[in-house]
Structures are given as structure tokens and as C-alpha cells.
Design a protein around this ligand. Structure first.
Ligand code: NAD
Length: 444
């Protein structure tokens, strides 16, 4: 048998031992839960449109005792629909807050919530999360959690001042293949990580920025008219943070971004709605493809592509390279020096994904994106209930989101590097990796 098979057997043995330990960890946590919060979690929802409703359905499946006691949406029909979902699960009807754009303030000020899920248009994310923290309520806020560096600092400042944590719901960080890769990175299979490439290649102009049937603007459309930047970096860079120990051993130091011309949106309107449609000739600031290069303190580079307005199938193109190997999500393949079946060839990734499966990925998947949506909510609720640190903290959340504004600044300066703020105020030097640390695969 090959050396690889022997290693595999050893690793399986280690995994079995660790599995026993994990059971113990689970029991200890259970005992702590009762001591810390001896009642079901009370959670509020702000924004029950497409995403908020999806999150609500997932939450009710994974947390049977969850009490969704308050729901806010300025669209009364959306809030009422959410209330019906909640009562159909046999839970009491929530109190609704539907009176205008600011009703969420009343909801948060009314207190008696442990956490709030925020799934509203982008401009509301920071004000809502800040108000929640000020009210002692832990916010889980959709992506991106902030649109400017000032908003990023506001979230950090308020979280530090109040001691209330804040987590952005970046679901791709919880995807089973990305978590398995994280276990492999931490087990040292790739040696020292040198470079990562990632993309959010997702045609959203035909259904999300604009109405799919009529082409009318939806709320995010105005950002394409006004700004030229990476509008949606968190789904690509989310898992990269933990692969590269960003904020826990390393940090981003600068970002340089370039954008192509904006052709795709006009062309989509011409193709689908005719050249006479007003949006077919409107000028959009947003270039079709934005390429950002980030450098880190430890000499790594990360390339991120924004790619949301040309016709194409979905893709993330995660590619991770270290001194001892390379992973390609696009090829679903891996090469490890001295371990792969041929000196320069690719091996299939799925056997590795199975072998290094993260303990978070072992339950039946709930929700979209390979079960990632269910996992992110489950571990968020567990952390709030157990009074443990949130899986993604405020520093990780704003680091991902800051790319929106910083990429725009660099594009406006013709690609000049823009300094990346150290939101941790130096804590990245001493903070140990903590996201999704899996005792099964801790570095030996
Ligand atoms: N993580 C993911 O995979 C994913 C997927 C889709 C959307 N999202 C994010 O979710 C968020 C919502 O997107 P969506 O597609 O659900 O949008 P949506 O338009 O379908 O829903 C937004 C909801 O917020 C409500 N709302 C607007 N202003 C409000 C206010 N001031 N107070 C209370 N409610 C208000 C609207 O009435 C609407 O019901 C966005 O931040 C988006 O980026 C994330």
C-alpha cells in the first residue's frame, strides 16, 4: 500500500479518538447552556423579504424551541407572511412592527430579545446593528454589514464599548467544502499559505438588482448607478479570512482595484427588454468585472473578482496555494507535494473533503448553499445561548465588508493601493485562530 494509505489510516484513527472527545465537549456545552440561559432564545427579525424569510424558515427547523417574538418589516404584507410562518410552526404569533422605515427602533428599544436577525437593504445594516448592540441585543446582520470605512469603525467602536458582539451572516464561510479545506490548511497539508484567488461570479442583474419580469429597479440597483467598486465581496473573501489567519496572525495591509467598463447591464436590457427600455441606455458607474489585489502583513496576496452583471453560471473559483500544495475549487481538485498520485497532476478533492469533513458539517443539511445557511444560524444561536464568542466576530465582519468602500477608493485613484485599516487595533498579532476550530483536526 502507498504511503498515502498509511497516513490515511493514522488520520482516521486520530479522528475516531477525537470523535469521542467531541462528544464530551458537546455534553459539557449542554450543561453550560442550562446554567447560562435556562430558557429558549428570544429572537427578533428585521426584514422579511426574500433572504429574511429564507433565514426564518431555516431557523425554525434547526432551533425547534426558538421564540421569534418580534418581527419588523416596513412592508406589512412581508411581516404578516413571516408571522404566519411562525404560527404554522405552532409558536405564538410575534408582535409586528410595520409602521414605516424606523419601526425597528421601537422594536429594539422594547427590549426582551437575546438576538436579532437583520436582512434588510444594505443602507440599514449598520444603523440597525448599532442600535441592537446599544440595546444589549446581539445582531446577526446580512452581507455586507457596512458600506463605508466609517460604518465599519462604528460597528467596532460600539461592539467594544457595549461588550455586545456582532456577527455578519457570511454563509460561504460555513460551506462544507470550505470548512474541510480549513481543516486541511490547519493540519498543515498546504504548508505555508502564499496566495488565494476567489470570485463572486453570479449574474444578479437579471433577477436581483432589477425585477426579473419588468426590469424595474429593485433597491440595490441604485448602487450600480452611483458606485464603481466590488459591491459584494463577502461571499468570495469570507472563507479566505480563516484560510489566511486574517485578524489572527496576519492582516490585510492594502488593496488595489481595477474595474472594466460597464457594458453588461445595458446589453442585458437590450436583449431582454428591447433597446427602448430606459435602462438599456442609462449610464451605470459600476464596471462589469472588478479585480482587487490585497496584500497581507505576512506577504500573502489575495485576488478577488466581482463579477455579477454578465451572463454566466454561478462560480466562486476559490484557489489556494501554499508552499506544499494547491487547491482548486473550479477543478474540484488538489495537488500536494510528495503526496499526490503524480508529481505535477491533480487529484480529485472529494475524498479529501470526506476525510477532513468538519464537525459542523456532519448533521443533515438545512437550508440552501449546501447546508451552509443552516450551519451559520445554528452556531450563531448556540453561541448566543451559551454566552460564547460568536463564530465570526465584529472584526472579521467589517474586514470582509470594508472591501466595498476601499475597492471603490482604489478604482477612483486608477488602481493605486489604498491602506487597509487595522480594525483589530493590533490585536491580530496575539489573537489565536478561533473561527471553526475543529478539535478533530487541530494542528499537531
Ligand atoms: N447571504 C446570502 O446568500 C444572501 C442572499 C440574498 C440576499 N442577501 C442579503 O440579504 C439582504 C436582503 O436582501 P433580500 O434579497 O432579502 O431583499 P428583499 O428586498 O427581498 O428584502 C428586504 C426586506 O427588507 C424590508 N425593509 C426595507 N427597509 C426596511 C426598514 N427600514 N425596516 C424594516 N424592513 C425594511 C423590505 O420591505 C423587504 O421585505 C441584503 O443585505 C442582501 O445582500 C444575502
Amino acid at each position: 500500500m502507498s504511503q498515502r494509505s498509511n497516513v490515511t489510516r493514522r488520520e482516521f484513527g486520530r479522528r475516531a479518538t477525537a470523535s469521542v472527545l467531541m462528544t464530551g465537549v458537546g455534553l459539557a456545552r449542554g450543561a453550560q447552556k442550562t446554567a447560562v440561559l435556562p430558557r429558549p432564545l428570544k429572537v427578533g427579525w428585521v426584514g422579511t423579504g426574500g433572504r429574511g424569510t429564507g433565514l426564518l424558515n431555516n431557523a425554525l427547523k434547526i432551533e425547534p424551541g426558538l421564540q421569534v417574538t418580534k418581527v419588523c418589516d416596513c412592508n406589512k404584507a412581508a411581516a404578516t407572511r413571516a408571522a404566519e410562518i411562525i404560527t404554522k410552526h405552532g409558536l405564538p404569533a410575534p408582535k409586528l412592527f410595520t409602521d414605516g422605515d424606523w419601526a425597528w427602533q421601537k422594536m429594539l428599544q422594547a427590549g426582551s430579545l437575546d438576538a436579532v436577525i437583520i436582512a434588510t437593504p444594505w443602507k440599514w445594516h449598520t444603523p440597525m446593528a448599532v442600535a441592537a448592540m446599544n440595546a444589549g441585543i446581539t445582531p446577526a446582520v446580512e452581507v455586507p454589514c457596512a458600506l463605508t470605512s466609517e460604518e465599519c469603525w462604528q460597528l467596532v467602536d460600539i461592539s467594544e464599548k457595549t461588550g455586545v458582539e456582532c456577527m455578519m451572516l457570511e454563509n460561504w464561510s460555513f460551506r462544507p467544502d470550505n470548512l474541510a479545506l480549513l481543516n486541511m490548511v490547519r493540519a498543515g497539508l498546504f504548508g505555508t499559505i502564499v496566495h488565494v484567488h476567489c470570485a463572486h461570479s453570479h449574474n444578479c442583474v437579471d433577477h436581483w438588482f432589477f425585477d426579473a419580469q419588468t426590469g424595474a429597479d429593485r433597491w440595490p440597483a441604485e448602487y450600480l448607478v452611483r458606485f464603481n467598486r466590488d459591491q459584494y465581496p463577502t461571499h468570495s473573501v469570507g472563507p479566505v479570512l480563516s484560510w489566511c489567519d486574517i485578524n489572527c496572525g496576519d492582516r490585510f495591509t492594502s488593496i488595489s482595484s481595477a474595474a472594466t467598463d460597464s457594458l453588461g447591464i445595458n446589453d442585458m436590457f437590450k436583449r431582454r427588454f428591447g433597446a427602448d427600455h430606459p435602462s438599456a441606455t442609462r449610464r451605470y458607474a459600476q464596471g462589469d468585472i472588478v479585480t482587487s489585489t490585497l496584500r497581507t502583513e505576512k506577504g500573502r496576496t489575495v485576488i478577488i473578482n466581482y463579477d455579477m452583471q454578465l451572463p454566466r453560471p454561478y462560480d466562486n473559483r476559490w484557489m489556494l496555494q501554499g508552499t506544499r500544495g494547491v487547491y482548486s475549487e473550479e477543478r474540484n481538485a488538489i495537488h500536494l507535494a510528495g503526496r499526490s498520485s503524480t508529481p505535477h497532476g491533480w487529484d480529485p478533492f472529494p475524498p479529501y473533503e470526506q476525510q477532513y469533513k468538519h464537525s459542523w458539517s456532519t448533521q443533515s443539511p438545512v437550508g440552501g448553499h449546501g447546508g451552509a445557511d443552516g450551519v451559520e444560524l445554528r452556531v450563531f444561536f448556540e453561541a448566543v445561548r451559551d454566552r460564547r464568542p460568536l463564530p465570526l466576530d465584529v472584526y472579521d465582519s467589517v474586514t470582509m465588508s470594508a472591501i466595498v468602500d476601499l475597492s471603490g477608493q482604489s478604482i477612483a485613484k486608477n488602481g493605486q493601493p489604498v491602506p487597509f485599516p487595522d480594525f483589530t487595533r493590533g490585536k491580530w498579532r496575539t489573537t489565536q485562530p478561533k473561527f471553526a476550530v475543529d478539535p478533530l483536526f487541530a494542528k499537531q
